[in-house]
Design a protein around this ligand. Structure first.
Ligand code: 2NL
Length: 358
């Protein structure tokens, strides 16, 4: 018991003298671990008489608990002291310049898709999607495009190698196949828009082999040309942000619509400046028409009961007009300086509440 008292005061002294957390940890492992002196004494208990074993055992356990508690207390003390000294030493230099922040920009094509979707979304249209790789039937035949039509020529269309069954696979030249697929799958009434990538074999300042289109389709029992006109006038005014924008419908021809109309908006071209809005000049914006009954029948829709209208426009073109981007090729060059200049903040996404005209 006298030895235990000596050991106790020696260990308590060592705990108090541990200068840092490392020294304290070494002490804990050395004294309370398997090779420590307390453990060694416990090993002797087996050789003692029962009475002595009980009292010595209890004393050893109490000693071990007491030393462990003392180590824990010293540990908290040392950790607090270490934190205090760091807080005294370290300083925040408020004069340092802020770190440069690089934030991404929304590509003008994504922005334009979001704007168009917001406007038509407000009118009850939903977005439809489909594959970029189509076959001859979805891209041409179902749309009443005859075999000899120039759009089908090898020159304008990216054809993939012919399938074994003779099926011609193409990169879609417009997003109309998305609407064909939707008409096959869903029953009218339908109100959809199909934005997406399209492909044609062409490359100059106004054509890129990959470009973007948005097409729209409305099918119901009594949808007529008045709906087509109202819907597209509303779209042009909302998209360009001009309430009284003049809009003109000019007769045209597409195999998939009858009758067909091209849509022009009013503009001025004076001394090299170009402005959308009032003026005595016209600019073509989109194509439209009443869906040809043959196209409805090709999709299994009863054309004696249902009718509707469709339209299509090039997204690069309407983005260039609205945002003053002069060359279509720059859309796909991935030049970060261009994107920083013409891109949009992710924080002002277009909506009919916040506005579609940033
Ligand atoms: C244009 C003209 C147009 C359509 C696209 C369409 C789709 C189906 C049925 C009937 Cl499934 N029509 N789409 C109709 C008229 C014009 O696009 O100038 N696009 C850039």
């Amino acid at each position: 018991m006298q030895d235990l008292e000596t050991l106790r005061s020696e260990l308590m002294g060592a705990v108090g003298a541990a200068a840092d957390l490392d020294a304290l940890e070494n002490l804990r492992v050395g004294e309370l671990g398997k090779k420590g002196r307390i453990t060694a004494l416990m090993k002797n208990l087996g050789a003692m008489a029962p009475e002595e074993r009980r009292t010595t055992g209890a004393a050893l356990n109490a000693l071990k608990t007491e030393i462990a508690a003392a180590i824990e207390m010293r540990k908290t003390e040392l950790a607090d002291a270490e934190l205090d000294s760091r807080l005294m030493d370290e300083r925040v230099d408020v004069t340092l310049p802020v770190r440069p922040q690089s934030s991404g920009r929304i590509h003008p094509i994504s922005q334009t898709i979001d704007e168009v979707v917001a406007i038509f979304g407000e009118m009850g249209f939903v977005v439809a999607e489909g594959p970029d790789i189509e076959d001859d039937w979805y891209n041409f035949t179902s749309l009443n495009i005859p075999p000899e039509h120039p759009a089908r020529q090898e020159m304008d269309t990216f054809y993939l190698p012919e399938e074994r069954d003779g099926n011609r696979i193409v990169l879609r030249t417009h997003t109309s196949p998305v609407q064909i697929r939707t008409m096959q799958k869903q029953r009218p009434p339908l109100r959809i828009i199909a934005p997406g990538r399209t492909y044609r074999c062409d490359y100059d300042a106004t054509h890129s082999p990959m470009f973007h289109q948005v097409e729209g389709l409305v099918i119901d029992e009594a949808t007529h040309m008045g709906h087509l006109k109202g819907c597209l006038i509303e779209f042009c005014r909302a998209y360009f942000g001009v309430d009284d924008l003049p809009v003109r419908f000019r007769p045209s021809y597409f195999p998939f619509t009858e009758p067909s109309a091209e849509v022009d908006i009013g503009c001025t071209r004076e001394g090299g400046t170009f402005r959308i809005g009032r003026g005595d000049d016209w600019l073509e914006i989109l194509g439209s028409g009443m869906v040809n009954p043959k196209v409805l029948e090709n999709c299994g829709i009863d054309s004696s009961r249902y009718q509707g209208f469709a339209f299509g426009m090039g997204l690069e073109r309407i983005a260039m007009l609205k945002y003053g981007i002069p060359d279509l090729r720059t859309f796909f060059e991935s030049d970060l300086r261009w994107l920083r200049h013409y891109g949009f903040s992710a924080l002002d996404a277009p909506s009919m509440v916040a506005g579609v005209n940033p």
